[in-house]
Write a protein of this length. Structure first.
Ligand SMILES: Nc1ncnc2c1ncn2[C@@H]1O[C@H](COP(=O)(O)O)[C@@H](O)[C@H]1O
Ligand SMILES: Nc1ncnc2c1ncn2[C@@H]1O[C@H](COP(=O)(O)O)[C@@H](O)[C@H]1O
Ligand SMILES: Nc1ncnc2c1ncn2[C@@H]1O[C@H](COP(=O)(O)O)[C@@H](O)[C@H]1O
Ligand code: NA
Ligand code: NA
Ligand code: NA
Lengths: 97, 323, 323, 97, 323, 97
């Protein structure tokens, strides 16, 4: 077991490719994506029941070493600022197999 | 105005299914078309309408007349957002004004399709090139609105603006691309291709449209609540602007010598408002605009207004002048 | 009993695809119809059967006879859960008895549809109003079962009981609402509407049904394991109650003067058990009932029993008395 | 970064609208929903392979200030009691953008 | 070689939609067929082709000839992976060599379907038993490749090897099972069944195929990037091996006395490469193999090569010798 | 509230039935599954855009008493070793209803 940080990002689905690129650039070793999430936040409801498919969220989970968190967070901040969304950081143990 | 038109239109299965969708929400039924089915239904409709348009385009003649129509379409799609913007700006922020202007400058493919079914029922023909006109009208309003936004908005958030992305969102977004592509394929594959695809693109078309309108009814009814936020000004705008656009489109069609069917389709395009291509583009290009204004306006007011009242009104006027 | 009927029925593609679905699970194939496709297939089937029923209803005459049939349908749907409850209560809790009673009082649209395809193959006609009868039979059993539950169950968990919600779950749940709505639309849109929609609602119908039954076979086979929990009593019940219901329905149909086709459809409705509308309603109204009893009973025993053995048996008996 | 509590709720999908209403009433600032989840628990398997769509779960994630947890939890308890489901609370840091 | 064949093939709507899919990715359009629609489209295609094959099989005669073809099919599907393995092993690891060998020994149902549409357009008949041949060719290569892997790979990771699982993955995986099952059902349900299902299995078939190929174009274009990893050797292999396979298949078909249409379908089966059944099986049986090699090879090179250049080439050669 | 361990497992969807069986065998009281997840890791991208449906991940969440973690983790290790995937363990509080 190795202590890691779980970073959860909830973001407009349209921004997803951009977020993943940024994560790659920040050097994370991997991530998991759940493409279709709905929700509610500062910018109102995002019901997913849209014909345009434009108002849907994606959920991204990445586990990374604690020392990488700052880099990841800084790279995401401008996207979150411009397009909204949430980023949560918590503690976990990674099973080394 | 011919009331038989109104009743006959109303008793059309697609329209009735739209009302069934509205009713489902009003009685709090849990009826729902689960994602991603509405998406695939709309891809099907774009595919079919594009392909049929391409086949018609290849079969037809009248080259200059077509070019004239296509130019008129692009001009209208570029001018509507301009005057819409200045009307809206009296009450709204720059971002919201731009997004709504784009919404009304661009078009709604499903309105077009419903109008086509309406004409078909009445036995009035229109040209396959009208599909090309529709495809060409999706994007210019997006470009115009984003340009207006860049010019008029002081606070650009320091965000990097990418022309490349804008063109891509405007011209290569999924629905524009599919309809254009299907149009070209329809034109290329000709009679033989059209015959093989007919059961898919034509025969089951109305059935799929019914299903899609059932879903649109559900979505529109759910958006009605948001209209309270929009207020009386925007609610009125969502009915009056289509009428204004039609009032410009009909004389223009007359002057350009369009046939009755073409004039009707041109009018309905100008009067219709986007709820697929434009919202997708606005999220990226003007994220500051509030989607709970522009989406319900086009989806919950303008769309039903056009397919219920608008179509018979526009056709009655056209009938009056053309006959 | 006519063995050709059994074999002929068995060799029908929809039935064969049901068996293919069963087989897929038995050989541990990973064949699967991914969500939400089964949902949309079932919406399509409800849409099509409702619409066709409405068209037939509008075309037909015989007003009093229809009203008699509809009343008989509602009565049967209300009485079946009563006697089912008292049989079940000897072995089961109040909650489970109520839920299973509702299951067998209500109907299965896919059984109805499969029966319709069976009749069509044999060239026997039935009235479009039978679809209305079906739609009317979905809800009463839910109401009756929930009332029984409120009366008989001591522990109500202190949960607030909402009549409004119950009526909504019973009458406006998605499948009931769609079938009723499509019926009305079919009746309103008449011949012209029916003709435009025919390729969608009629021509591709059997194909979609095959796909849906393939999925039902997969789901039914997966539920078979749960039957061990249900035990011999419930397994026997799931075969005997449909036979009892049929034994009541057939004489009733005879007395009421139904045609051969109508009598058969009425019988299959009474004999069928719900696995869509009722489970959805029970989750909300009687959450204490165990779904791994009532779902496998209707889906993995009663449904296959009805479409394989039941249909030929009921028809043979009806043939015997009506001819 | 702001310390928050992550509340995860797994609930019958049919109860979802009710849960979201309760969350709104409890004053949470937002939530994210993943509509289709399957699972297994005290009340048996919920395979999602149901024709009725009735036996499916939804997953809700809401991040809220620690002092809001009690209110949220109390508002959910009766639903969980009656219809089953799970509620987990953990710690996280919210990225302020 | 007849250039009209090439052009005529190219202007077929399904092929054009494949190109539209490619183009969508190249212009960075966000056009996408959302999951699980591609899955259901492919289930439909397998269902329809299997069913039609079964109907044809039941209608046909010529028993020994059919058995000869089926044996030839299984033999080719078992031999191709052997020589493919020894070619690949010169450059690649055992795991990758085995997986790619399985890919090329097995077949692609969509290539088969596209080839069938190609023949139909040209009015050339082929036997329904070719569908059976296709179904039989899916699995042997998987078995052969896994056996090779067990024999040649030193490091087995100590993982328990289950023959039972291997047979299941090879013979009962979803696509093989559905096509086989539909074939049997088509054969059992005969003319009457075929007639009821025709609008579903035949009439709308090309339309669905267009949609599926649109998606395949999108997926193939996205995989093109992975080819850089694959390198020149594998890129060349993905074009040359199909040609080698065809060069073996055509004389074999000639010797066995196959008709022109059957010979063409046999050739295209041998030349085609799997991207559905084999990847699913390899993930489980040879997880060490790198999917970003074998998937793009079959999907982004061999598939387009076969449907664009391969089909006219193989048919031109067959025409030359058979006429 | 009861302290539990949240175990998150991200695994090839084809291995999901196997993982769930192992969880049952390890005696967990329940789990929640989100079937379709995409992602990227050591073994490359798993885009989900595959025609075979073969290259997709599933996400499993199970909350269990701390003393059960070791058993769960050991039962999963061989699958993760052979087929790849990730297992994260974190702390949470379970709402007792
Ligand atoms: N407090 C919260 N907890 C969980 N998810 C949230 C929260 N606030 C916002 N979200 C998610 O983030 C998306 C965008 O949030 P916002 O930018 O605040 O509109 C919402 O649609 C939700 O899915
Ligand atoms: N220990 C657990 N860990 C994660 N999810 C659980 C757990 N127990 C139950 N669940 C989820 O909660 C749903 C309802 O649980 P229950 O009310 O216990 O049947 C289940 O279907 C699972 O999705
Ligand atoms: N650091 C990570 N954080 C979150 N998810 C990961 C991470 N690494 C891998 N994954 C997920 O686990 C899957 C398999 O990982 P791997 O075996 O490393 O290829 C990936 O496709 C991701 O969905
Ligand atoms: Na417009
Ligand atoms: Na019944
Ligand atoms: Na091959």
């Amino acid at each position: 077991m190795m202590p890691v940080k779980r970073i959860e990002i909830i973001i407009d689905a349209l921004e997803l490719p951009d977020v993943l690129e940024k994560l790659d650039a920040a050097g994370v070793s991997g991530y998991t994506v759940i493409k279709d999430a709905t929700g509610k936040g500062e910018r109102g409801e995002r019901g997913g029941g849209e014909l345009s498919g434009a108002f849907i969220n994606s959920y991204v989970l990445t586990a990374c070493p604690p020392e990488q968190v700052a880099a990841v967070v800084e790279t995401l901040r401008p996207i979150l600022k411009r397009f909204g969304g949430v980023c949560l950081v918590s503690d976990a143990q990674w099973l080394i197999h | 105005m011919d009331f038989n038109l109104v009743i006959g239109n109303f008793l059309n299965p697609p329209i009735l299914f739209f009302f069934l969708g509205l009713a489902a929400v009003f009685v709090k039924s849990d009826l729902e078309i689960p994602a991603p089915i509405p998406k695939i239904l709309s891809l099907y409709l774009l595919f079919a309408i594009g392909f049929k348009g391409g086949v018609g385009l290849a079969a037809g003649g009248l080259q200059t007349q077509i070019v004239v129509i296509l130019i008129a379409a692009v001009v209208m799609a570029s001018v509507v957002p301009l005057y819409a913007f200045f009307i809206l700006r009296r009450k709204l922020s720059v971002a919201d004004s731009c997004a709504i202007a784009a919404t009304y400058g661009s078009i709604s493919a499903v309105t077009f399709i419903t109008a086509a079914a309406f004409l078909e029922k009445l036995g009035i023909a229109y040209g396959g090139y009208m599909v090309a006109a529709m495809a060409l009208m999706e994007s210019p309003a997006i470009i115009v609105a984003v340009l207006l936004y860049r010019l008029r908005s002081a606070d650009q958030n320091g965000a990097a603006f990418s022309w490349k992305e804008l063109w891509r969102d405007a011209f290569f977004n999924g629905s524009v691309f599919l309809i254009m592509g299907s149009l070209v394929i329809g034109a290329l594959s000709g009679e033989a291709g059209a015959k093989t695809l007919k059961p898919f693109t034509n025969d089951i078309f109305t059935g799929v449209l019914c299903f899609f309108l059932l879903d649109m009814g559900i979505v529109a009814a759910r958006k009605l609540g948001d209209l309270r936020k929009a207020g009386a000004f925007l609610t009125a705008f969502a009915i009056l602007l289509p009428l204004v656009n039609a009032a410009i489109a009909i004389p223009l069609a007359y002057v350009l010598g369009l046939s009755e069917g073409d004039a009707f389709m041109f009018t309905i395009l100008c009067a219709s408002a986007s709820y697929i291509a434009v919202p997708a583009a606005m999220r990226l290009s003007i994220p500051e605009a509030n989607p709970s204004l522009y989406v319900p306006m086009s989806l919950a007011i303008t769309f039903p207004f056009n397919i219920i009242a608008g179509m018979p009104i526009y056709l009655a006027i056209i009938n009056y002048f053309w006959r």
